[in-house]
Structure formats: C-alpha cells, structure tokens
Design a protein around this ligand. Structure first.
Ligand SMILES: CSC[C@H]1O[C@H](OP(=O)(O)O)[C@H](O)[C@@H]1O
Ligand SMILES: Nc1ncnc2[nH]cnc12
Length: 307
C-alpha cells in the first residue's frame, strides 16, 4: 500500500509539477487496464507524498473521448488517494472569465455522447446509483476557494478566481458550433471542456473527493464578432496557465494533505456508496466482487461471493 492521499491530474499543457522530489513511477494494472500514463509518486519538501497523472498521456496522445478514466481513478485509489485535484484547460462562456483566469466549478452539464465507459459497475451484475447532485466535493471546493485565492494573490499577476460556476462537458474532439456555444450560455453554463466527465463521476463512485481547477484558454465560439475557438488560440495561453497551475499546486498540496489526514475535506464522500449500491437478493459473482473490491474494498469482500 502506497499511503499517497492526494492525487493530481494534469490536463492539456500540464504534464508535470515543479519542485517535487521524484520517489517512484508506478503503472498499476487495474481491472480497467492501465492509466493514461505511468503515475509519478513524488514528495513535497516535508516528505508528504502526492501522485501525479497526465490525463492525455505524457506526450498528449490520448484524445478526450478515449482517456481511460476508469483505470485512472482506480489506479489513484489503489495508491491510497482520497482527494483529487484535477486541472483542465477550458473555454469561457462568459465575458468576465477572461482567458488566463481560473475557475472552480460546482456544477456540470453532461453533453458527452454516451461512448465513454462511465461507471465502475458497467459490465457487472451489481447495480449502483451514486448521488451526483453536487458533482464536486463540496468541502474540498470550499477549502480550495480560500487557498487558491491566497495563492493567486501571492502570485500577484492579476489572475482572478471565479467561484460557483457551471461547466459543460462536451464530447469533442471538434469544438462547438456558434449555435451550440450560445445555447450553452442560455442554459446557464459558464465554462466548457471535454474532460470533466466521466472523471468526476468515477471519483464519486470510488469515494474520492474531487475538484476541478479550470484554466480558461479561450472564449469558445459564442462571441458574434470574434473568431471561433481554434487550437492555436488555446495554445496562446497554455504556458502562462501551466505556470499558474504549478504555482497553485505548490501552494496548496501540503495543506491539502493535512486537511485530508484530519478528515476535514472528504467526510461527505467516505461511506457514500453504502447507500448507492442496490442491495442484492443473492450472493455476488466472484469476478464482480474481485473487480469492485479494487475500488471499494469496504463493500466487496469474500463473504459476498456465491459458493
Ligand atoms: C486542446 S483544447 C481541448 C482539450 O483541452 C482540455 O483538456 P484538459 O481538460 O485535459 O485540460 C479539454 O477538456 C479538451 O480535452
Ligand atoms: N472552447 C473549448 N471547448 C471545449 N474544450 C475546451 N478546452 C479548452 N477550450 C475549450
């Protein structure tokens, strides 16, 4: 067991963190396969360990629709991870969320197309309905809002944090049409990416507290007189955004570890699946129990197996 409580998922432009001491690289073979890339276990100055995983692989060769999110979340859980900070490059659907700004969303609208494996229970005879009304770890989000605001103030280059925002997760890989982009605004969405789902759902099923730190890279395609988003536009802000993300990570990880140890941050997630798994009228198959014990050993043990 690796006793790493904090996991960091790096998105577009963020393939490593700074000022960490590399301890080991692991590549767990989970029941859902291998993660996007081998996971770097590193230590902070105090010796506290964190796990870093590049969502699209170290060479960015995995598209948003084919990110192996089940393997990623299962692999982090197998290392002991209880809280995940996931970084993401997002489009802004609001004038005031300027490219370069940071947002920590609290709501999600799902516009993926149902092609991404979205539950650890898929393919098993165990039925579960995780609560997802508040899709991010509420305590983790509130805690991060304070810490990230402090980190940005300390950095001092005018990057603003936006709170309580709603993110659309679209399928891609093509960007949205102008009509879609305007429709999402009319729905009340503030941000758009292609990555927060099913990652956030799977973290909830694995009882891991999950928050997204979103860096705005562009204005998507809703502004009538502006060019619609292109990858070139996204790339213009990526370097500065990655520096901000690294500064945030360096500022919050130590305290996040402490808050996790003290149980302040994830009391909502721990135990939540107990009320989400439908009671079975019979015993479970050995295969299902073995698979699900990988992420939820508390609920799946040898006593549950049919003889
Ligand atoms: C290159 S722009 C589209 C791409 O960027 C975001 O990735 P990530 O969330 O991993 O930073 C977005 O979700 C898309 O996958
Ligand atoms: N406009 C956009 N749409 C979807 N994902 C994005 N990631 C960064 N910008 C984006």
């Amino acid at each position: 067991m690796h006793d790493v409580l904090i996991g960091v998922i790096g998105g577009t432009g963020l393939y490593h963190l700074d000022n960490l001491t590399h301890i080991e690289t692991v590549n767990p073979n989970t029941p859902w396969g291998h993660p996007s890339s081998p996971i770097n276990i590193c230590s902070l100055q105090s010796g506290t360990k964190v796990a870093f995983l590049a969502r699209h692989g170290k060479n960015h060769d995995i598209s948003p629709s084919t990110v192996p999110s089940c393997a990623n979340i299962a692999a982090l859980k197998s290392l002991g991870v209880r809280a995940i900070i996931a970084f993401s490059s997002v489009g802004s659907l609001r004038e005031e969320i300027v490219p370069g700004h940071i947002a920590i969303p609290t709501q999600i609208i799902d516009r993926t197309k149902g092609t991404r494996p979205g539950s650890f229970f898929d393919g098993t005879r165990v039925v579960a309905h995780a609560a997802f009304g508040d899709p991010f770890g509420t305590k983790l989000v509130r805690w991060l809002e304070v810490e990230v605001e402090n980190a940005l103030r300390e950095q001092g280059n005018g990057v603003v944090l936006h709170k309580d925002k709603c993110i659309i997760c679209m399928e891609g890989p093509q960007f949205s049409t102008r009509a879609e982009s305007m429709m999402y605004r009319s729905w009340g969405a503030d941000l758009i990416n292609m990555s927060v789902l099913p990652e956030a759902k799977l973290a909830r099923e694995a009882e891991i507290s999950y928050a997204l730190i979103a860096s705005a890279t562009d204005y998507d395609s809703w502004r009538p007189h502006a060019e619609a988003v292109t990858v070139t536009q996204v790339h213009e802000t990526l370097k500065a955004n990655a520096e901000t993300a690294r500064h945030i990570a360096a500022s919050v990880l130590e305290d996040l570890h402490l808050a996790t140890v003290q149980g302040d941050i994830m009391s909502e997630e721990k135990g939540s699946m107990e009320y989400s798994i439908m009671p079975s009228h019979g015993k479970r198959s050995e295969e299902d129990v073995e698979k699900l014990a990988y992420i939820l050993p508390e609920y799946f043990g040898s006593n549950d197996v049919a003889n």
